[in-house]
Design a binder for this molecule. Structure first.
Ligand SMILES: Cc1cc2nc3c(=O)[nH]c(=O)nc-3n(C[C@H](O)[C@H](O)[C@H](O)COP(=O)(O)OP(=O)(O)OC[C@H]3O[C@@H](n4cnc5c(N)ncnc54)[C@H](O)[C@@H]3O)c2cc1C
Length: 835
């Protein structure tokens, strides 16, 4: 075995081999893969081999699309048969919500170039004559989809990697990894040690064990998954003999199973409720080609549903049941990207559809490792989208939930209930008493909207269609009634959110934003370093505030921060709560090592209450001696103030476009401040509002959000952040990249008014078209209550983004006329927030 390699990949399942293959293709032929047993002896060998393109995550959708394309060419490249059967994949819909999901998905698919077709029940019947169409109202078909032989696929990529010079060592268990003082990794195995510059973990069910070697708590726990294969059925055999095509993969989403032909019989794979986590402490050291005892009771409801749909299924015996472990993460998407807190350590773990994703994940990870950045927005799979809150107990509950919800309708406003509440701001109970309906972000409970006293949905409003998956909504907690119905359309909370928006416009609202991530940056080099890390200039004066963006070297947008200058070399950074680990990781890795800058994460030390609306000043002024007038306390400044007998750092900034302050206070004073504000605000009509109202209010100001309008795929200029980018600064990360891209933008940020909306606003990821041609995609959308317009933010072809341009936005399959309008349709001169 070599003693040195450019990169070492640990794990010889389909995912590790896919990574090695792509590293070799990127020119890192001096890479090595180490597998403790045989290739594919983990989860890979027993996978059903399906390649579902369907995925509502932009990142995962891109990975799957790439994989399917790659797998078609592998045999030709490597000479290894991969058994790709492009038999297409049909997903049935038995409910209107399901059809909406497909319509929404079809929009996403169009924007990323995946072919999806809608079928009528009759058309499905033609393709699948063995199936009955009772209750089916429609279907979608992926013609490019199908299945593959997972072991052959893995061997093909292994051969491809070896052909380019990469090495694979089987029966070589990694027993330890250590980062050497120079940054290299020392990988220890019984067959010798190997040093490398970059190390990749792709260890499937062993992820937690592997993570423990370097002190990382990787949020992956496997869940048992079963599929069964029947004896051959004469009708299917007859079809073969007649030379008829395979019927393809059939997914009855509303009954939570997939089915396809297998050797003249059928293969059925349900996603059951009650499937347990496994390997809680990792698989046994001897584990290899391991399967668990089948649990047919758990499969029974799905078998019955499958028989009702395909009666032939009941006419043949079950040949074999496979019950194996699938790695899962709390949200069901894999973990692909850099490990937090470590340099040159990469994770390709948590793959629950690893056969489908391995090509794409290997492709993007190799780009990230070799080029320094992925070429598509990987936020949906970034390992740092979870935080330290995701310990084993949390992950266990969430992975079981992710598994049983594989086939539920993935409503865009779905708020899953497992492992909640976890992180609660002190004012949680007070908000709850005010009627808050909570969602969760990064483990925090966050008020989405406020229901009127006594408000609850009756049973008829929570539609329970007669399908197996008839409980898409979690049961409310004991003693509570459901108050929220998830939907792709305007839902029951729509008018209540509207009331909150108008109240913020007319009086004042209070929003808890405690989940904001908060950092202190101090030290003699603080200002210079921040000016290097962010594209904007740091506020010149103590007490000044600036909106700043962290860019990629190519000029894409990685993160956004509100930066307050507290002292000469003392800065306070407020950043997206959901990105805390991601942003903190970059800050830490970029920080100088010479002691000139000290970084501190202070998220949980401080709560944040946002007071906004025309009466905000009147309310706050009753509680403080600080002069809050526009001249004494102008927009984009901040200062410490007292609030009654409590205190806070008041920042004159907010995300809703009204007069207001963000009050950053010691967390232990939160309830005191909450009570003081609510009491003082009562005569002015102060009421709490939620994050859904904030999202509508920010749309009307064309405020961008990371992960939507701002992403590594779009340059800061494309996103229209020009006024926050100081090209005249001598240097900042992304400056050269931006300079190189100047004048050749591929996209342009626009705000659009969408016409003719009845009950479904844009949400983001809808296609934007002109004369039938795709010319962009929406990034956000919703109803603007203050401007009384349905709005969409979008990235479109630059020449089509002038205000006045007439385009179309396709919402749930229906094209709507959309006019590009000037930015910030509400209070475009910012008079209200500056007053
Ligand atoms: C019943 C079933 C059906 C499935 N069907 C499908 C399907 O149809 N489509 C689909 O896309 N996915 C399917 N899956 C999921 C798929 O099997 C997994 O997502 C995929 O195999 C994960 O691949 P992996 O490489 O991450 O993990 P694995 O295949 O488990 O590989 C990890 C490897 O790492 C090795 N390893 C661990 N620790 C070390 C160490 N310290 N040193 C050296 N080596 C180490 C292990 O020995 C193992 O070989 C199915 C899974 C199951 C259980």
């Amino acid at each position: 075995m070599k003693t040195h390699a450019r990169a070492v990949v640990i794990g010889g399942g389909v995912v590790g081999v896919g990574t090695l293959y792509h590293l070799a293709h990127k020119g890192w032929t001096d890479s090595v893969l180490l597998e403790r047993k045989e290739l594919t002896s983990g989860s890979t060998w027993h996978a059903a081999g399906l390649l579902p393109l369907f995925n509502l995550s932009y990142s995962v959708g891109q990975l799957h699309k790439y994989s399917v394309k790659l797998y078609k060419s592998l045999q030709e490249e490597t000479g290894q048969h991969v058994g790709f059967s492009q038999v297409s994949n049909i997903r049935l819909a038995c409910t209107q919500d399901r059809m909406d999901e497909y319509r929404y998905y079809a929009g996403i698919a169009r924007t990323i170039g995946v072919d999806v077709r809608f079928l009528t029940p009759d058309q499905v019947q033609d393709i699948w004559p063995l199936a009955r169409m009772d209750g089916v109202i429609g279907a979608i078909q992926h013609p490019d989809d199908g299945y593959i032989q997972p072991a052959d696929l893995t061997q093909a990529m292994a051969r491809g990697a070896r052909q380019l010079g990469a090495d694979i060592h089987r029966n070589t268990e990694v027993t330890g990894v250590t980062q050497l003082p120079g940054g290299e990794w020392l990988v220890t195995t019984p067959n010798g040690d190997i040093r490398c510059e970059h190390l990749v973990f792709a260890t499937g069910n062993f992820a937690r064990k592997t993570g423990a070697m370097v002190g990382l708590d990787i949020p992956v726990i496997p869940v048992e998954h079963q599929y069964l294969v029947t004896e051959p059925h004469p009708d299917i055999q007859a079809r073969r003999q007649q030379g008829l095509p395979e019927m393809g993969v059939l997914r009855e989403s509303d009954a939570s199973y997939y089915m396809r032909e297998e050797n003249g019989g059928l293969l059925l794979g349900p996603y059951e409720t009650g499937a347990p986590c496994c390997y809680l402490n990792g698989p046994d050291p001897a584990s290899e080609y391991e399967l668990f005892q089948p649990d047919l009771d758990r499969l029974l409801p799905h078998i019955e549903a499958a028989i009702a749909r395909v009666p032939a299924f009941a006419e043949v015996g079950i040949k074999r049941v496979y019950n194996g472990a699938i790695p899962y993460t709390p949200d069901g998407s894999p973990i692909v990207g850099p490990a937090w807190d470590k340099r040159n350590l990469w994770l390709n773990e948590g793959h629950s559809f690893g056969i489908t994703a391995s090509g794409g994940a290997g492709w993007q990870l190799a780009e990230w490792i070799v080029n320094g950045e992925p070429s598509i927005d990987m936020m949906g799979v970034d390992p740092r989208r979870f935080g330290a809150y995701a310990g084993a107990g949390y992950v266990r509950q969430k992975t079981e939930e992710a598994y049983r919800k594989v086939f539920t309708v993935h409503f865009p406003d779905e708020e899953r209930g497992a492992a909640r509440p976890l992180r609660r701001a002190p004012c949680y109970d007070r908000l709850k008493a005010e009627g808050a309906v909570f969602g969760s972000i990064f483990g925090w409970e966050r008020a989405g909207w406020f229901a009127p006293p006594g408000y609850a949905l009756d049973d008829a409003e929570i539609r329970r269609p007669e399908v197996l998956l008839n409980k898409p909504h979690d049961e409310p907690a004991a003693g509570e009634k459901p108050r929220e119905r998830w939907s792709f359309r305007r839902s029951n909370y729509f008018p209540h959110v509207g009331r909150e928006c108008l109240h913020v416009r007319d009086a004042a609202g209070l929003l808890d934003m405690t989940p904001f991530a908060k950092y202190a940056v101090q030290g003699r080099g603080a200002e210079a370093w921040l000016n290097h890390v962010f594209a904007n200039r740091m506020p010149r004066k103590v007490g000044g505030l600036a909106l700043c963006h962290m860019l990629t070297p190519a000029g894409g947008v990685r993160a956004e921060a509100t930066i307050f200058r507290q002292g000469e070399q003392d800065f306070y950074l407020v950043m997206a709560g959901g990105q805390e680990r991601h942003d903190w990781d970059y800050l830490q890795k970029l920080a100088p090592q010479d002691g000139s800058v000290q970084l501190q994460k202070i998220t949980t030390q401080l709560g944040v209450s946002v007071l906004a609306g025309p009466r905000a000043r009147d309310i706050l002024q009753t509680l403080t001696d600080t002069d809050l007038s526009g001249t004494a306390f102008p927009w984009l400044t901040g200062k410490p103030i007292s609030i009654g007998h409590a205190q806070a750092l008041a920042l004159r900034v907010n995300f809703v476009g009204e007069l207001g302050w963000e009050l950053h206070h010691p967390i232990e004073m939160q309830n005191t401040i909450f009570d003081l504000l609510m009491q003082a605000g009562a005569p002015f009509g102060l009421r709490p509002f939620g994050i859904k109202a904030m999202d509508s209010l920010r749309l009307e100001k064309s405020y961008r959000v990371v992960g939507r309008e701002m992403s590594v795929e779009y340059s800061a200029f494309e996103t229209g952040l020009d006024r926050f980018v100081r090209m005249e600064k001598p240097d900042f990360i992304g400056k050269n990249g931006l300079a190189a891209r100047q004048g050749n933008a591929a996209n342009r940020f626009v705000t659009m008014q969408v016409h003719g909306v009845a009950d479904a606003d844009a949400r983001g990821s809808e296609p934007v078209v002109l004369n039938g041609e795709l010319i962009g995609r929406t990034t956000s959308g919703g109803y603007g209550w203050r401007v009384e317009k349905s709005l969409a933010l979008a990235m479109v072809r630059p020449d089509l983004g002038e205000p006045g341009a007439e385009l179309e936005v396709v919402i749930l399959g229906v094209p709507h006329r959309a006019t590009v309008i000037a930015e910030s349709p509400y209070d475009s001169d910012n008079l209200r927030l500056k007053q």
